[in-house]
Design a protein. Structure first.
Length: 261
């Protein structure tokens, strides 16, 4: 089972579950926990191979690395904790897992907050994926990861996010990185399906105005999905919860509390 932490609030039955992106860990939410645990019960977890979710001889994960298999890891934690319904907050690749969970188990999802959401790979990001696939077995994975981090988060004000994710990625192994990178083979058809289908679950996209790779596609999707809205954070890149935590927390908590009225 995935490593996870809970922060319980005796004044509410509402849950918020946080899902980090590839190469990160539960530690990227350190600027959210204090604010959110005042209002909700909070679950944060480490995806397989990340943070403290390292497979052991006694507790091994399914060798299948697909979006469905990794989504099932999250569902198992919810079942273990007897969480019947939760708001979900994700960043980067974590937003794909949350959207996939909403497709597979919609009754578990009260709402979605998708930060730095990925719903389409533009030409530049698709070239990046192809280069990564070509060299993933021969080039040290940290060299590739640093390149990806710089392309996704290139500006000076993105430096803290870059450093955070690179430092977390150092805790992965080359073999684990390759397993996760193989997910790119199934990402395009999955994202195409997500763009086409309005799942009708209240969704807030929180995107940095400087998130040049992913913001344009989110703007188009929000126009077509009736229960979706977009909040753009100025002077901010891809990892909105790290770069502008107060803005992210205020807007997100307001959205979630508004749904509870």
């Amino acid at each position: 089972m995935l490593n996870h932490y809970t922060y319980l609030n005796e004044h509410t039955t509402k849950w918020v579950s946080f899902v980090h992106g590839a190469g990160g860990s539960s530690s990227i939410w350190f600027r959210q926990i204090r604010a959110f645990k005042k209002e909700f019960n909070v679950l944060i977890l480490d995806l397989r191979g990340h943070g403290n979710s390292k497979p052991t001889i006694k507790d091994t994960f399914n060798n299948e690395y697909t979006f469905n298999a990794i989504t099932q890891d999250i569902i198992e934690v919810l079942a273990h904790l007897k969480i019947q319904k939760s708001h979900f907050i994700g960043i980067s690749l974590g937003t794909i897992l949350i959207r996939n969970l909403a497709e597979k188990k919609p009754d578990l999802v009260e709402s979605m907050v998708l930060g730095g959401a990925i719903l389409k790979l533009n030409v530049r990001s698709q070239i990046l994926m192809r280069v990564g696939n070509l060299f993933k077995s021969v080039v040290p994975y940290m060299m590739l990861y640093k390149l990806f981090a710089f392309i996704i988060m290139p500006k000076k004000n993105h430096k803290e996010s870059r450093i955070l994710f690179v430092n977390e990625a150092k805790k992965l192994y080359q073999k684990e990185f390759i397993r996760w990178f193989k997910l790119t083979a199934e990402i395009n058809p999955l994202l195409r399906f997500f763009r086409a289908k309005d799942i009708k679950i209240p969704t807030l996209y929180v995107m940095g105005a400087q998130d040049h790779l992913f913001l344009p596609s989110i703007k188009r999707v929000v126009k077509d999905h009736l229960q979706s809205s977009l909040y753009v954070v100025e002077n901010c890149g891809h990892v909105v919860n790290v770069e502008q935590p107060e803005d992210f927390n205020t807007k997100t908590i307001g959205f979630l509390k508004g749904l509870s009225i």
